[in-house]
Design a protein. Sequence first.
Length: 453
Amino acid sequence: MFKLVNFILNCKLQNKSDIEFKNLIINSGFVFLFRLLGLIFGFILTFLITKFYGTEILGIYTLSFTMLTVVAVLSRLGLDEALVKIVSSLMISGKKREVYSTYKFCFQTTFITAVILTIIFYLSSNFFSNLFDNKKLDSALKIISLSIVPYALLKINSDLFKGMKETKYFSYFQTGSVFLLISIFIILFRNLTLSPNVLFISIIVSSIFILIISILIVNKFFNEPIKRDFNISKINLLKLSIPMMVTSSMFMVLSWTDNLLLGFFLKEQNVGIYFVTYKISLIISFGLFAVNSVISPKFSESYHKNDLMQLKKTAIYSAKLNFYMGLILTTFLFFCIKFILSMYGEDFKIAYRTFYILIIGQLFNTLCGSVLNLLNMTGKEILVSLIILSAAILNFTLNYYLIPIMESSKYFIGIEGAAISSTICLIYWNVLGLFFVKKYYGFLMIPFLNKLK
């Protein structure tokens, strides 16, 4: 903790880049605060689901929300990630008309693809319920499919603010806000009905409500009449976005494969227990998520200016910040995890070792910093897609074999197999990211291994 404070206080405002780094710390702190609130709201939601409906419904919620997230990523076609990169470069030149036209195309395209995927997903709900051998999953998927459109569009608006460096609004429109509203809804309707469908209906209502607010704020930024749209190259935009979509979708597969295969091999209770444990371990990488949200436009800006020294400086400073925050959070969770899991009930005590396995990968993740984010924002989208694709295949393979092997063992349990798979893959793609950053830009994004001039 003292190192982090000293690190921040010693950043003297000697030149423009130092001032920008001070702003990075401030903006990252703002995002970190709202991410932390979102995480708290997420834990409150899972706690309420467990207490009100039990671990089986928590497992069904986990599977349903996993599928919602994956379909929403596919429906955006990578346009959300491309929007950050393009808007950040356009804002440098003050090209507001071009920003609006780019946003409009991304929003409309996402809406059309989301509607199509909603229909397909709704009609496929029975297939998935049979695949996971749980009839309750059918109604849950039918209901949650109606939230695909607003959930996908919300990310478009959020990433518009990210590209515009409107950190405040970007922070507001995250999943944490959705979790908060869902929690409020299930508390309010708890006395009216015991049906778990209230939970899934609340996801629809919350997503729509927050989307409407985000649209109203977007319109405020473009309230001046724009006489005609800038004729953007839609083909070039899609050429940029599709590799990013592959990266995002593979990253989702990488993140959620363990949950899906746990649901395939084990009971829904195990899925819920692992989901909560995994989410707690993500707290360690919390600083990384916050810094990534702020640093992406800066990477893109430095790259388009061909300022590789500034790119390196931003990358190393952010890596140090990530590592210090990750180390503090790891220490805290290492000693508090038993208490935290015990709050969810006796069933969660089996997850202690699972958590200790997961934190190894998360701490390594913070040590490496924003490696793939840097590559993704500097013209290496296809390379990042290939790295994540290979990691997703590795993760699926490891989970497919390790979960049943561990579950049949006398000394281990199935969710520990998922944790081992997740940890190996996290280390794998970070090492590849480090290698390619070193290859293309000549420095390692590991703190303390580089000296900045």
